[in-house]
Write a protein of this length. Structure first.
Length: 177
């Protein structure tokens, strides 16, 4: 059965060629077709409001978004409670917290698993597109994936990589000097 599930997910994700082939639920439970972001450079990350990286990552994500949203950057934040229960609230409570405390104007998506059998298909695709240092599993909150304007994953960043340190890579994809 385990092999069948692996093959099923593997074949399913092989038919997916870009992040634009997926749909996900936002923090309000509404289905969002990621093709609406076609042509944009995306920074996708799993986030948690009670993580030690929260107070540094959220402000820097907001800074990047405000700097480059008009040039074609979109940040997609996926809530995840998979690491030590560091995202315990409801989607709505967390979205309110992030938007109020950190002035996040970018899309916040509902809670997802990023690893394991119940992993969201988008995250299965992201992980298989760019493995990490020790395999393709997500190791912690604030793992980030940079996606080009064609929906291809071009890089993956560890939780310890600050969003502002990714700025040069974002600028290159945006064609901004």
């Amino acid at each position: 059965m385990r092999i069948f599930r692996y093959l099923q997910l593997h074949i399913f994700n092989q038919s997916k060629q870009s992040v634009y082939d997926f749909s996900v639920k936002d923090a309000k439970g509404q289905e969002v077709d990621l093709s609406k972001f076609r042509g944009k450079v995306l920074l996708i990350g799993n986030v948690a409001s009670q993580c030690g990286f929260t107070n540094s990552n959220y402000p820097e994500l907001t800074t990047l978004y405000l700097r480059y949203k008009d040039q074609g950057l979109e940040i997609l934040a996926f809530l995840s409670n998979q690491f030590n229960g560091q995202e315990p609230g409801s989607n709505e409570e967390i979205q309110e917290f992030v938007c109020t405390r950190f002035k996040a104007e970018y899309p916040i998506f509902g809670k997802v698993d990023v690893n394991g059998k119940a992993a969201d298909p988008l995250y299965t695709f992201l992980r298989s597109s760019k493995g990490g240092l020790l395999g393709d599993s997500i190791k912690w909150n604030f793992t980030k994936f940079l996606v080009d304007s064609e929906g291809k994953v071009v890089d993956r960043y560890a939780p310890t990589t600050t969003p502002l340190s990714i700025e040069k890579d974002i600028k290159k994809l945006l064609g901004v000097a």
